[in-house]
Design a protein around this ligand. Sequence first.
Ligand SMILES: Nc1ncnc2c1ncn2[C@@H]1O[C@H](COP(=O)(O)OP(=O)(O)OP(=O)(O)O)[C@@H](O)[C@H]1O
Ligand SMILES: [Mg+2]
Length: 236
Amino acid sequence: MIGLKNLSVSVSNKEIIKGVNYSFEKNKVYALMGPNGSGKSTLAYAIAGHPSYSYSKKSKIFFEKSEISKLLPDKRAKKGIFLSFQNPLSLNGVTVFQLLRLALSGIKEPLAVKKQIDVLADKLHIKKELISRSLNEGASGGEKKKLELLQAIVLDAKFIIFDEIDTGVDIDALKIIAEYMSKNRKNKTYLLITHYNRILKYVKPDKVLVMSSGKIVKVGDYKLAEEIEKNGYKSL
Ligand SMILES: Nc1ncnc2c1ncn2[C@@H]1O[C@H](COP(=O)(O)OP(=O)(O)OP(=O)(O)O)[C@@H](O)[C@H]1O
Ligand SMILES: [Mg+2]
């Protein structure tokens, strides 16, 4: 699905990601963990195509078999890469329907988009009133994260990165989000950046990756997340 080869990324002339090699497969859920400032969000932005990052000459990012390293973020998004930010932005005057209708013009009929939004709002327990409001305006932390998942699904995203989806989300909302992901893995890859084991109890990751100082230093299964919760990163 997504392949990273010798990925080194500098931000403001400082190397943050240092030669990451990894292949993410289809139908799988990955958890990305690591101390604050280890480079998790930077890695996510690099996959999504942050335009002001600089990449080393050897860096390559593949989507399925094609190289996407030179593509701008909108082109990557069209291929199916979706990044949900640590703090989702609000869009004044634009509803989620208006945004998705525009993004999917020529791909999905507006009526079908509307119907899918309504069905998903129901499934994800998103209040109807929130759907008709400007996107994310006045939405709570948990509501924003649910709206992000809704957008990823309606857009039929293939590689879905959630940067700290579990921050500020109550346990009921977390279960709804995690259960939806667990049941809807087909042809999708989820990369969940998280500090906690909490969400991973409900959406069991196939792999847990640990980042430290810009490198993936350990790869394991679910037990690795438990070990981290118990003993912290120093024990690794
Ligand atoms: N625009 C920038 N200019 C300078 N340094 C930056 C910039 N963006 C990120 N960094 C630095 O890169 C490092 C990695 O940041 P990043 O946000 O990727 O960490 P993280 O692993 O996501 O941390 P957290 O768990 O706190 O979210 C940090 O030291 C950060 O200060
Ligand atoms: Mg981060």
